[in-house]
Design a protein. Sequence first.
Length: 133
Amino acid sequence: AASTSPAAPPAARSADDWFQEATQAHGSGDRDRALGLVQYALRLDASKVEYFMLLAKLLDEGQADLRTRIKAHENVHRMVPKDPDTLVSLAELYEAVGMEARAKRMWDLARAVAQSYFVSRERLGFPMLAGAR
């Protein structure tokens, strides 16, 4: 079995290895290194939503070009269409570039998802958050 330690040759490392290293780099505050590592993980395996979520987060933190950030969040949205954080991020990004119709659609989706989330919490016996209604 190939070693998956950081000292392993790049060819012997899986996309998950690169992603874990990206997560560690991000956690230690090395955003640029984390960005390069997660982009490499995505080149090896573009099927993992968590890779795209980290990429979007890193691009947002670095104040990357708005179109680049939109593309990253759209990738997450395609994979997880009802993720409220992604919906809100897309709404805000679409507004920032003047795409009002798309922004409105994302805000509407975010509200619908949030409403169903609060209804589900109530049905499960969790207390409602103050001001949630």
